[in-house]
Unconditional design. Structure first.
Lengths: 385, 294, 360
C-alpha cells in the first residue's frame, strides 16, 4: 500500500516536472510590437517600490500605445516579481526571456540589479534601471539608469550642507542592511571631511530593527548635532520624525531622494516634516504640466499619490522611446542589434521629463542631471537654490 | 542622564515586546506549538484599528474593541481550519509549517487589501507625556499606557488561569491532554478558548505597537512577533510573568546594545544574550524544569 | 549478476536508496537532453542549479530534523558561511592564475570544512538544550551569522586583510586596495554560473553521505538517541558524540550548498531574505512536506516547492497568496489523520477494483 503511494507520488512528480519543462517552451511573438519587461519587488517588505515602478511604467506604456507607439510599433509590457532578492530576480529575468523580452526596464532595487545586469550583459539585452542606485548596478556598457547614483547623492548632500553653511556638526542615521543607505552614508562622510563638517554621530539600524530610533536620536543630541542626515526611505523617516517630535528634539533634518513620498503617507502628520530638506528630482506637487498630468492619471488609476519610483519608471519608458526613435530600431531586430543601437543612441539624446530636464547620459550609464534641493514648507515642497 | 533615558527607551520597547509575548506564551503553553502567525494577527488588529480611526474617523475605543472582536474571531478560525486538523498528526512540526503558511497568507491578503504603501497609524492614546528632571527625561503616553496594560493583563491572566474553572482546565490541558479529557474537560473547547484569548491580546498588542511605532504595513507584525517569541523563551515559555520579564529585559538589552556597543549588531547581541541565558538556565528565567521520564 | 539482483531484492533499504539515486539521475538526464535539444526554457535552465542547492539543504536539514530529531531553525546560517567562504576565496584569488573550476573545487572543500567547524562550535551549546529551546537557539545563531556577515567590511591591500564594521572609509588602505566584502552590498563581481552537472554530482555525494550514515551503525545510534535518549545512553551509546557528529555533517553539507548558491549568482549579499530565519523555515517546509526522515521525500518536495512559485508567475500579484494557500492545503492533506484515512480508503478502493478486474 505504502509503496503504491510512493510510486504514484514519484510518477506524479515526474509527470509534473516534464509537463512544466515542456509547457514553458510555447510563446507568441508578433513581429510588430516591442516587448519591454520590468522586474522589481511587488510582494515582500520592499513591495511599495516595485509596485510604484510597475504602475508608473504602465501609465507611460498606455500613453505611448494610445499615441501610436514607438516608430509605429506598440509596446507590450510585462512586470515580474523578484521579492527584492537576487536569486528571485534572476528567475524573473529568465522567465521574461522566455517571453522574448527585448528591452529590460529594471530592476527596481540595487542588490538584485547587480545580479541581473550580469545576465543582460551576457545576453546582450538593453537595460535601463529606473531606481537602482549602486554604482555596480550598471556595471556593464549595456546598462543605464534614470536616478542619481549613491556617490552622487552622498557627495551632493554634503556639499550642499557645507556650501550653504547649514550645519557644522551633523549626526547620521542610516540603514546598515541596505546598500542604498550605507552607500550614500559612506560618500557623505568622505565629502563632509572636505567641507569641514564634523560627523558627531553615525548610528545604524537594520531591516530587522527599524522601529525604534530613540538611541540614534539620543546619540545625535548628545554629540551636539545641529542637523541630522537621513539617507533612507520615507516610511522609516516618518518614524524618526515622529519620535524626534515626541522627544522635543529641535534640529534640522536633511534627506535624499528616498525621503520623497513622505508627504503622501496615509495618516502622516505633515507638520512633523516642516522644514525638512531633501534632495529629489521629482515633486508630485509641482506645477509642471507634464508632472501634473502624470500625477492625476496615477491617482485616478491607482488611488494614491505617485512617489519618485513611479516617476522614475514613467520617465524610463519615455527615455527608452526617445532612444529607440533616435536609433530607429524595429521589433524584428535581434536583441543584440537593439542593444547596440540603443547604447549608442543613449549617449546622444537629451531628455526632459518629470524627474529632470535636459538629462544626458555618459557611456558609463550615469545620468547627468542636477540634484534639486527642496524644503518642506506648509506641507509642500519649495525649491531651494 | 543619557543612560537613564536609554533605559526608559528600553522599557518602552520592552513593554511592547512583553505584551506580544504574553499572547505568544498563552498559546504555546496549551497548544505546544510555535504560532508563527501570531505576529500577523497583530498586524491585522492594527489594520482594523487604523481603518476605523483614520478611514472611518470613529472613536479610538470603538477601534480597539472592534480589533479585539475581529482578531478573536480570526484566531479561532485559524485554529479551527488550519491547526485543529493537524493536532494529532504525529509531529508537532506539521502544525508549525501550517502556521508559517497562515502567516504568509495573512501578509499577502493584507498586501492586496491595503496596498504596499506604509500607513501612518494615529496613536489611539491621549495620555500626556511625563517629564522628569526638568524635562531631561520624557516618558511618552504610549509607554506608560503599554506598561500599565502589560501589568493589568499579566495580573488578569494569572488570576484567570489560577482561579477560574476555564483557567484550571487550561492548566490541565497543558499538563496532559489525555488525562484532561478523561477528567471530562472539553479539550478542543479549551484550546479554542486559548486561541481566542491569545488573539484578543494580539489585537491589543497591535494597537499598542502601532501607537508607539506608527508605521504600519503588511509585514509590521513579523519581526516583533519573532522578537516576542524570543522574549517568551527568554522568560521561560509558558510562564505568564516570565513573558513580561522577558519582554522588558529584551527591550532594555536591545536599546543598551544599540546605544553602547554597536547599532548594526544590536540584534546579534540580543540573540547572543539569549543563548547565554539559555545555557545557564535551559528553560528560561522562570521556566519550569522538565524532568525526563523513561 | 543474478546474485547481485537477488541481494538488491532482499535488501529493502538498498532498493529504496537505489530508487532515490535513480530518480535524481533520470531527472538529470531528462533535463540535460532537453537542454541539449534546445527545448528547455530559460527559466527552467536557471532553476536547475537551484534545485541542486535546495535539495542539498533539505537533505542535510533532514539529517538534523528527521534523523537526529532536533528542530533547527538556523540552517540557512551554515549556507551563509559556505557562500561567504566561496565569495571571499574567489575574490581574493580572482587576480591569481587559478582557473575558475579549481577555485570552485577548493572552495567546496574549504566551505565544507569551515561550515563543519562552525557546526561543531555551535553544536556544543545547542545540543545541550531540548525541544523548542534548542530551536530558538539555532534561530539565534542563524540570525547572528546573518547579522555579522551583513555588516562586515573586508578589504585587501599589500598589508594584508583589513576588517571593519563601519565602512571602508574607516580602514587605512593602499591605493590599489581590493574591497572584498562591502558591508550590506556584500560581494560583487563574482563570476556567475556553476554547471548543473557539478550540482548534480554534489547532490549525489550528499545523498551517498546521508543515506550511508543512516544505514550505518552510527546512524542507528543517532536514531536510537532520537527515539529514546535515556535508553540509548543506558546501552552505552555516547550521546554527545553522535549528536555532534550528525549536526556537524548536516552543517557541513549546508556549507556546500552555500557555495553552489553563491556560485550561481554574480553577487552575494546577506539579507533576511536569503540567509535569515525565513530561509531556514523555507527549507524546513521542504523537509516536513516531503516527510520527516524521508530523504527521497525531501528531494521530491524541494523540486515541487521550488518550482511552484515560478510556475505561479502568471497570476502576478496573487502569486504568494496562492502559494500560501497551496502550502496550507498540502500540509493538511498530507499530515492530517482524517485526510490520511480518506486517502488510504481511496487507494484501497482503486486497488480492490483492479483486483476484481484481474480476476475476471
Amino acid at each position: 500500500m505504502k509503496k503504491l503511494t510512493k510510486v504514484t507520488s514519484i510518477v506524479l512528480a515526474t509527470a509534473m516536472t516534464v509537463a512544466c519543462l515542456a509547457g514553458c517552451g510555447g510563446n507568441t511573438s508578433s513581429a510588430d510590437t516591442f516587448k519591454i519587461g520590468g522586474i522589481g519587488p511587488i510582494t515582500g517588505g520592499a513591495a511599495v517600490y516595485g509596485q510604484a515602478v510597475m504602475n508608473g511604467a504602465q501609465i507611460a506604456v498606455d500613453e505611448i500605445n494610445a499615441a501610436g507607439g514607438i516608430n509605429g510599433h506598440k509596446i507590450e509590457y510585462k512586470f515580474e516579481d523578484d521579492e527584492h532578492d537576487a536569486e528571485k530576480s534572476v528567475n524573473a529575468y529568465n522567465s521574461l526571456m522566455d517571453w522574448k523580452m527585448q528591452i529590460l526596464m529594471g530592476t527596481v532595487t540595487s542588490g538584485p540589479c547587480i545580479a541581473v545586469v550580469d545576465k543582460t550583459n551576457a545576453d546582450h539585452v538593453f537595460q535601463l534601471t529606473p531606481s537602482g542606485t549602486a554604482p555596480e548596478a550598471i556595471a556593464h556598457d549595456n546598462a543605464f539608469r534614470v536616478c542619481f547614483s549613491d556617490p552622487n547623492q552622498g557627495t551632493a548632500s554634503a556639499k550642499y550642507i557645507g556650501e550653504h553653511g547649514l550645519a557644522k556638526k551633523v549626526g547620521i542615521i542610516y540603514d546598515s542592511s541596505d546598500s542604498y543607505s550605507s552607500g550614500i552614508t559612506e560618500n557623505f562622510k568622505n565629502e563632509a571631511a572636505n567641507q569641514g563638517i564634523e560627523v558627531v554621530s553615525s548610528e545604524a539600524f537594520t531591516a530587522d530593527t527599524k522601529s525604534d530610533f530613540s538611541t540614534h536620536l539620543q546619540a545625535a543630541v548628545d554629540g551636539g548635532a545641529e542637523l541630522i542626515f537621513l539617507p533612507f526611505y520615507y516610511s522609516e523617516a516618518s518614524l524618526v520624525l515622529t519620535q524626534a517630535a515626541q522627544k522635543d528634539i529641535n534640529v534640522k533634518f536633511f534627506g535624499c531622494d528616498g525621503l520623497d513620498g513622505i508627504l503622501a503617507l496615509d495618516g502622516f502628520d505633515k507638520s512633523l516634516a516642516e522644514g525638512v530638506m531633501l534632495l529629489t528630482p521629482f515633486s508630485a506637487t509641482s506645477d509642471d504640466p507634464q508632472t501634473k498630468a502624470f500625477v492625476d492619471k496615477y491617482q485616478e488609476k491607482y488611488n494614491e499619490v505617485p512617489n519618485q519610483f513611479a516617476a522614475d519608471a514613467y520617465d524610463a519608458i519615455y527615455i527608452i522611446k526617445m532612444a529607440a526613435e533616435k536609433a530607429n530600431i524595429t521589433p524584428s531586430m535581434t536583441n543584440e542589434e537593439i542593444c547596440n543601437a540603443l547604447m549608442s543612441a543613449m549617449t546622444s539624446i537629451k531628455y526632459t521629463g518629470i524627474t529632470g530636464s535636459d538629462i544626458s547620459w555618459g557611456a558609463d550609464g550615469e545620468p547627468n542631471k542636477a540634484p534639486i534641493v527642496v524644503e518642506i514648507v506648509n506641507g509642500e515642497y519649495s525649491i531651494l537654490k | 542622564m543619557s543612560f537613564l533615558s536609554n533605559l526608559i527607551n528600553g522599557l518602552s520597547l520592552g513593554s511592547v515586546y512583553a505584551i506580544i509575548a504574553l499572547g505568544y506564551t498563552m498559546v504555546y503553553g496549551i497548544a505546544k506549538m510555535l504560532n508563527f502567525a501570531h505576529g500577523d494577527v497583530i498586524m491585522v488588529g492594527a489594520y482594523v484599528a487604523f481603518t476605523i480611526v483614520s478611514t472611518l474617523g470613529l472613536n479610538p475605543i470603538i477601534a480597539v474593541v472592534t480589533a479585539i472582536v475581529i482578531c478573536t474571531g480570526l484566531g479561532m478560525l485559524i485554529e479551527r481550519v488550519a491547526y485543529k486538523p493537524l493536532r494529532n498528526a504525529g509531529s508537532p512540526l506539521a502544525v508549525l509549517i501550517t502556521a508559517i503558511g497562515v502567516s504568509y497568507l495573512l501578509q499577502n491578503i493584507a498586501l492586496l487589501i491595503f496596498g504596499a504603501n506604509t500607513k501612518i497609524f494615529q496613536s489611539v492614546i491621549s495620555v500626556p507625556v511625563i517629564k522628569l528632571f526638568d524635562g531631561q527625561i520624557t516618558i511618552s503616553g504610549e509607554t506608560s499606557v503599554t506598561i500599565v496594560c502589560c501589568i493589568v493583563i499579566m495580573i488578569a491572566l494569572t488570576l484567570f488561569v489560577n482561579k477560574s474553572k476555564a483557567g484550571q482546565a487550561m492548566l490541565a490541558v497543558s499538563e496532559d491532554k489525555g488525562a484532561a479529557q478523561l477528567m471530562g474537560i472539553n479539550v478542543n473547547g479549551t484550546i479554542a478558548l486559548t486561541f481566542a484569548i491569545g488573539s484578543a491580546l494580539a489585537a491589543v498588542a497591535g494597537v499598542l505597537l502601532c501607537s508607539s511605532y506608527p508605521s504600519l504595513n503588511a509585514y509590521t507584525g513579523s519581526m516583533p512577533g519573532i522578537k516576542a517569541f524570543v522574549a517568551a523563551v527568554f522568560g521561560g515559555i509558558g510562564s505568564i510573568p516570565g513573558a513580561l520579564i522577558g519582554g522588558i529585559l529584551l527591550g532594555i538589552i536591545e536599546i543598551l546594545a544599540k546605544a553602547y556597543i554597536s547599532s548594526q549588531l544590536s540584534d546579534a547581541i540580543v540573540f547572543a544574550v539569549l543563548i547565554i541565558v539559555l545555557l545557564v538556565r535551559p528553560t528560561g528565567l522562570l521556566g519550569k524544569k522538565i524532568t525526563e521520564k523513561v | 549478476m543474478s546474485k547481485f539482483v537477488d541481494s538488491i531484492k532482499s535488501n529493502k533499504k538498498l532498493q529504496s536508496n537505489l530508487i532515490t539515486f535513480g530518480m535524481v539521475i533520470i531527472l538529470y538526464v531528462i533535463c540535460q537532453s532537453l537542454a541539449a535539444a534546445g527545448i528547455l526554457s530559460n527559466s527552467m535552465k536557471g532553476l536547475l542549479i537551484q534545485f541542486c542547492y535546495y535539495i542539498i539543504m533539505a537533505v542535510s536539514l533532514n539529517l538534523t530534523v528527521g534523523i537526529l530529531g532536533e528542530l533547527s531553525l538556523g540552517h540557512a546560517g551554515f549556507m551563509c558561511i559556505g557562500a561567504y567562504t566561496y565569495g571571499i576565496f574567489a575574490k581574493v584569488l580572482s587576480s591569481g592564475n587559478l582557473s575558475r573550476t579549481a577555485i570552485l573545487l577548493i572552495s567546496l572543500v574549504l566551505a565544507a570544512i569551515i561550515a563543519a567547524f562552525f557546526g561543531f562550535l555551535i553544536g556544543i551549546p545547542v545540543l545541550r538544550l531540548k525541544g523548542d529551546y534548542l530551536a530558538i537557539v539555532t534561530l539565534a545563531f542563524g540570525e547572528i551569522i546573518k547579522n555579522v556577515t551583513g555588516s562586515l567590511y573586508i578589504a585587501k591591500d599589500s598589508h594584508g586583510l583589513h576588517f571593519s564594521l563601519n565602512g571602508t572609509s574607516d580602514m587605512v588602505l593602499d591605493a590599489d586596495n581590493l574591497v572584498i566584502i562591502d558591508g550590506p552590498k556584500g560581494i560583487t563581481g563574482l563570476t556567475s554560473g556553476v554547471s548543473f552537472t557539478l550540482g548534480t554530482i554534489l547532490v549525489i555525494i550528499t545523498l551517498i553521505v546521508v543515506l550511508n550514515l543512516i544505514n550505518s551503525r552510527t546512524g542507528r545510534a543517532v536514531m536510537a538517541i532520537r527515539d529514546n535518549r535515556i535508553a540509548a545512553e543506558a546501552t552505552g551509546i555516547n550521546v554527545t558524540k553522535y549528536k555532534m557528529l550528525a549536526f556537524t555533517i548536516s552543517a557541513s553539507l549546508a556549507g556546500v550548498a552555500g557555495v553552489l548558491y553563491a556560485g550561481s549568482l554574480s553577487t552575494l549579499t546577506s539579507t533576511s531574505k536569503n540567509f535569515g530565519y525565513n530561509m531556514s523555515i523555507m527549507i524546513l517546509v521542504y523537509v516536513v512536506l516531503g516527510g520527516i526522515g524521508s530523504i527521497r521525500g525531501s528531494v521530491i518536495a524541494t523540486v515541487i516547492l521550488v518550482l511552484l512559485p515560478e510556475k505561479l508567475r502568471f497570476v502576478n500579484s496573487y502569486r504568494m497568496l496562492i502559494y500560501a494557500i497551496v502550502l496550507i492545503a498540502m500540509m493538511i492533506l498530507n499530515w492530517s489523520p482524517s485526510a490520511r484515512a480518506w486517502r488510504e480508503k481511496m487507494i484501497n478502493k482503486i486497488k480492490s477494483g483492479k483486483k476484481v478486474k484481474e480476476a475476471k
